[in-house]
Design a protein around this ligand. Structure first.
Ligand code: NAD
Ligand code: IPM
Ligand code: MN
Length: 343
């Protein structure tokens, strides 16, 4: 049986994951699921973030479903770096796949934009950049403090994610790929990315390419999102533009993602783009749709394409029938009912 590790995490992570699992149950694919209590509670109880033994166990699963990590009671970076990023790095999730797609019936802040105008996929690099570079601090707390945080970019790491993005573009009707970077300032890293895209493009004659600096790309996300089809970008730029992407496609409660290991040397991990939302945690206010759409990506990744489409269709139908003020579990119930009944 397919083995699924579940890491609900912190805050609304636990609430939205429960709804994701409801929908997984409703779709009828049998999973052997194991829950892992990683996050703030375990950190406070034991001081652990991601013990080596747990990491090794996780390697034995077919996929991981994660809610979100991070809590105001834990210093910033502890859970984010030593748990979430450690998982992404150790399990070689070099593709962070983040669709930005406006469902029919969803309100976008962009006047006159419809589903045809907002339909892109951001291929965010997942294991390098500022997230992985060296850093340090000198003379901390003094007026002469110096903080450094380097961006690490390797030819190997850039090429593999760029090739994935070309494959993705090749598979889509528009076959267009945009590199988003900051080559006008980050002349070493940006140059590596630009040369890599140019070289790999020769292997994909049908894919058209262009380039946008990340500042301009951020503007075009909210003025002309239809410019974009597939975007390939560095880890930090991808983090930022996918929150903008979420905002234009109806809000962070709808934005799904997959931390993908395309070589399948370790399980891929699916999670909503959003965080643990301490401001609304425990109130049943979180929208679980992003997690449910992440479950659809998980199903697709594991070869259950038809079930993935059923989940997406149930979400699309649920969105059209939305009534305001539904609780987290009510939204999960409604979508699960549609999945089970094909309604
Ligand atoms: P956040 O995404 O948690 O919240 C930003 C805003 O969006 C908040 O107002 C929140 O209420 C709202 N929101 C988020 N998800 C929602 C949902 N499903 N339904 C309705 N509203 C939703 O980002 P933040 O506030 O910057 O970060 C909070 C914590 O989460 C921090 O500790 C951060 O490090 C962590 N974080 C974790 C992940 C992750 O685990 N992948 C991602 C982002 C942030
Ligand atoms: C995300 C989050 C993470 C990131 C943080 C929590 C480490 O913002 O998944 O988008 O920066 O990748
Ligand atoms: Mn983010």
């Amino acid at each position: 049986m397919t083995r699924l590790a579940v890491i609900p995490g912190d805050g609304i992570g636990t609430e939205v994951v429960a709804e994701g699992l409801k929908v997984l149950e409703a779709v009828g694919v049998k999973f052997d699921t194991h829950h892992y209590d990683l996050g703030a509670a375990r950190y406070h109880r034991t001081g652990e973030t991601l013990p080596d033994s747990v990491l090794e166990e996780l390697r034995g699963f077919d996929a991981i479903l994660l809610g979100a990590v991070g809590d105001p009671s834990v210093p910033p970076g502890v859970l984010e770096r030593d748990l979430l990023l450690k998982l992404r790095f150790e399990l070689d999730h070099y593709v962070n796949l983040r669709p930005v797609k406006l469902f029919p019936g969803v309100k976008t802040p962009i006047a006159d934009a419809g589903p045809d105008d907002i339909d892109m996929v951001v291929v965010r690099e997942g294991t390098e950049s500022l997230y992985a570079g060296a850093g340090g601090v000198l003379r901390k707390g003094t007026p002469h403090e110096v903080a450094t945080q380097e961006s690490l970019n390797t030819a190997f790491g850039v090429e593999r994610v760029v090739r994935y993005a070309f494959d993705k573009a090749q598979s889509r009707p528009r076959k267009h790929l945009t590199l988003v970077h900051k080559t006008n300032v980050l002349t070493f890293a940006g140059d590596l990315w630009a040369r890599t895209v140019k070289r790999v493009a020769a292997d994909y004659p049908e894919v058209t390419t262009d380039y946008q600096h990340v500042d301009a790309a951020s503007m075009f996300f909210v003025t002309h999102p239809s410019r974009f089809d597939v975007i390939v970008t560095d880890n930090l730029f991808g983090d930022i533009i996918t929150d903008i992407g979420a905002a234009i496609a109806g809000g962070i409660g709808l934005a799904a993602s997959g931390n993908v290991n395309p070589d399948r040397t370790a399980p891929s991990m699916f999670e909503p783009v959003h965080g643990s939302a301490p401001d609304i945690a425990g109130q049943g206010k979180a929208d679980p749709t992003a997690t449910i759409l992440s479950v659809a990506m998980l199903l697709d990744h594991l070869g259950h394409a038809a079930e993935a489409v059923r989940v997406e269709q149930a979400v699309a139908a649920d969105i059209l029938a939305r009534t305001p003020g539904r609780s987290t579990s009510r939204i999960g119930d409604d979508i699960a009912t549609r999945v089970a009944g094909g309604a």
